[in-house]
Ligand binder design. Structure first.
Ligand code: SF4
Length: 376
């Protein structure tokens, strides 16, 4: 399936309370009027709760532009006891993703029959401004890719442009767009403070085709990364989740070679590597939705790990992670690599070192700042 475009949305519900926001106005300009419905309350509310596989699929084609009433700014889900994680905060400007990866963790908790975009971005920025009163001069990292892929919907929302402008006021802070799309053109002309990282989750094209439906082709993601770099945005790659498949070594070797041919180590901020993992409760839905598509993920043999997620066997995990790390090191020892959401023993097995001992990454693992924000 090719990369997602707005015409895949079957219906757009717009909450009357946000009718004056730029997002609502843009939706009206871009989408055929017969697809738009104005509402005063959440649509299809009676279908809330545990979604069937069919309802989950449908939720990706029904878009609700509304406002978010809770707290926008919260902690990265990786920060749990037993996991090695970095100072990272997530800003969710929507819920549910327009793309459709077989392993997607949203399958374990989305319970709304519609995909949501929160048009009240200015409220979110207000929260950040309050935090800035305390710590504007410290290195806070804010990412946007937990419950939605902000860039993939950005042709509609243009949130990227507003966020980049906002972060220009706080040059010590970092903004990270994490994406599997290639949608970057819409913000490349925005002036920035050199503190925006566009980080692309990537996988070999065979994995993209079989497991990452509606995402951009690998080649397009790498081309988008090059465009960002040319405009002096920082870039990062997440080879995550690595997925076992026949001849996986060849696929990942080619992926590493592709990156090494197109980028120099000093052009890429960081490369994170992680192996497949997911919540046990999403397995049923994954099988129902993807087994007919010959998914390598839906049929994988997985084992419970200390954090409750299902993962590949520890030895296979270490072998896969180490393989990618060694491939990069074969090209150059200058690549900055870290393992995402992995337990300390996996770090040791795959890298022979713990993150605190990797000088260039140690700042990412200073939890003092995180505590300060959370305790405000
Ligand atoms: S891009 Fe991310 S959020 Fe979207 S379906 Fe894939 S894994 Fe889920």
């Amino acid at each position: 399936m090719s990369e997602w475009t707005l015409d895949r949305v079957e219906r757009i519900f717009i909450d009357r309370r946000v009718c004056e926001t730029p997002v609502a106005k843009r939706a009206m300009a871009l989408v055929a009027p017969e697809k738009i419905e104005w509402v005063d309350a959440e649509p299809l509310a009676e279908r809330h709760g545990e979604l069937s596989a069919r309802d989950f699929d449908a939720s990706k084609r029904l878009l609700f532009i509304t406002e978010f009433k809770g707290k926008f700014f919260k902690r990265c889900p990786g920060a749990r006891p037993g996991l090695t994680c970095c100072n990272y905060f997530v800003l969710n400007l929507g819920s549910q993703c327009n793309m459709n990866c077989s392993y997607c963790y949203l399958q374990s908790f989305i319970n709304s029959p519609v995909m949501k975009i929160y048009a009240n971005i200015e409220t979110a920025l207000g929260e950040l401004r309050e935090i800035a009163n305390d710590i504007h001069d410290q290195p806070l990292r804010v990412g946007t890719g937990e419950t939605t892929d902000l860039l993939s919907l950005d042709t509609l929302t243009l949130f990227s442009r507003r966020l980049i402008q906002f972060f220009r006021e706080y040059p010590k802070w970092r903004l990270e767009f994490k994406t599997k799309s290639s949608q970057v053109e819409q913000f490349l002309d925005v002036e920035h403070a050199g503190n925006v990282i566009v980080s692309f989750s990537i996988n070999p094209q065979v994995v993209v085709e079989r497991e990452e439906h509606g995402t951009a082709a690998l080649e397009k993601r790498l081309a988008a990364a090059r465009e960002c770099k040319n405009k002096k945005f920082e870039i990062a790659f997440h080879i995550d989740p690595m997925i076992w498949h026949p001849n996986w070594q060849n696929s990942y070797r080619e992926l590493v070679r592709d990156i090494c041919e197109k980028f120099k180590p000093d052009e890429v901020n960081v490369i994170s590597v992680g192996a497949l993992r997911f919540q046990p409760e999403q397995r049923h839905m994954m099988r129902e939705r993807f087994v007919d598509l010959s998914s390598w993920v839906a049929g994988a043999e997985m084992f419970p790990s200390a954090d409750g997620k299902l993962r590949y066997d520890e030895q296979l995990r270490q072998e896969m992670l180490k393989f990618v790390i060694d491939e990069f090191r074969r090209h150059s020892r200058e690549w900055r690599i870290f393992l995402c959401m992995e337990a300390p023993e996996t770090w040791l097995g795959a890298m022979q070192s713990m993150p605190k001992s990797l000088g260039n990454l140690s700042e990412m693992f200073d939890h003092g700042l995180t505590r300060k924000v959370l305790c405000r």
